[in-house]
Write a protein that binds this ligand. Structure first.
Ligand code: CP
Ligand code: NVA
Length: 307
């Protein structure tokens, strides 16, 4: 049976820890210049309906380092659902490649790809979730803190795709997550409810509030993301007004723990959701998160595409 990675909700805690162990091993091997061709001659198709720096580059580099190859398919190349159906594209690709990463607008598109492809499908971000990002973030936190359970994380800003994957990830790993968002920008209620069901087993506390100050007080981690996600450009000016007061700046950092870690999935809009001072400051682990996309995704690829 092929395995997909569509949502962190579908993973067990043991599977997540397995990815992390392999990622640690692969990261060490890379830093020691020890070759690790776990996917010789395997090919990965990358379908992107939206722009990307980190996701595209890390998956392409990952396949090179694992001894395989990646094919990038830009928005105008496939036009899923317009030039041909998602089902036809999935069935064709399955005859040639060993795996598919897809970044789409509708979450249902990735689910349909997974349903019709006979090779593993990995979610490279949808309007609903961004599992590879949150898994890399959790791995980064584990590297820095040793243990995830019991950490207090404040997600300041939009209840968006990254926030949704964080809700699932926090629930699985026993992290207390407080989302502080303006009214009207709360995370999807269904996602919150499903994450809370999972949280019962790990005793993770998942809260949604509208006060960034209260969320930041005593937090171990401050996390933020853009106020205007890809596809929401038309709402840009309204969002920028409504998110005033939700900027991760020195005043919020000062309310958190002395050794608070500041995280951002990137790309950042400096001066909007985060200040230069905080992004480039001593608490920031933002570039470590970006680096770890490579190591964690290599582990995911090796686990899903390896024979
Ligand atoms: N964080 C992230 O997924 O970045 P890209 O949009 O550049 O891939
Ligand atoms: N929420 C952002 C994340 C980018 C990686 C977006 O969807 O644009």
């Amino acid at each position: 049976m092929k395995r997909d990675l569509i949502s962190i909700r579908d993973l067990t805690r043991g599977e997540i820890e397995g990815f992390f162990d392999l990622a640690t091993d692969l990261k060490q091997r890379l830093h020691q210049q020890i070759p690790h061709p776990l996917l010789p001659a395997r090919t990965l198709a990358l379908i992107f309906e939206k722009p990307s720096l980190r996701t595209r580059v890390t998956f392409e580099v990952a396949m090179t380092q694992l001894g395989g190859h990646a094919i990038y398919l830009a928005p105008q190349d496939i036009r899923l659902g317009a030039r041909e159906t998602v089902e036809d594209a999935a069935k064709n690709l399955s005859r040639w490649v060993d795996g598919i990463v897809a970044r789409t607008f509708n979450h249902a598109t990735v689910e349909q790809l997974a349903q019709h492809a006979t090779v593993p499908v990995i979610n490279g971000l949808t309007d609903l979730t961004h599992p590879c990002q949150a898994l890399s973030d959790l791995f980064t936190l584990k590297e820095k803190r040793g243990n995830l359970a019991g950490l207090r994380v404040a997600f300041i800003g939009d209840g968006n795709n990254v926030c949704h994957s964080w809700l699932y990830g926090a629930a699985k790993m026993g992290i207390h997550l407080t989302v502080a968002c303006p009214k009207g920008y709360a995370p999807n209620r269904d996602v919150v409810a499903k994450a809370r069901e999972e949280a019962a087993a790990t005793r993770a506390r998942l809260e949604v509030i509208h006060d960034p100050v209260r969320a930041s007080e005593g937090a171990d981690v401050l996390y933020t993301d853009v106020w205007v996600s890809m596809g929401q450009e038309d709402e840009g000016s309204r969002r920028k007004q409504e998110f005033q007061g939700f900027q991760v700046n020195q005043a919020l950092v000062d309310l958190a723990q002395e050794d608070v870690l500041v995280m951002h999935c990137l790309p950042a809009h400096r001066g909007e959701e985060i200040t230069d001072e905080v992004m480039d400051g001593p608490h920031s682990i933002i570039l470590d998160q970006a680096e770890n996309r490579l190591h964690v995704q290599k582990a995911i690829l090796a686990a899903l595409l390896g024979r």
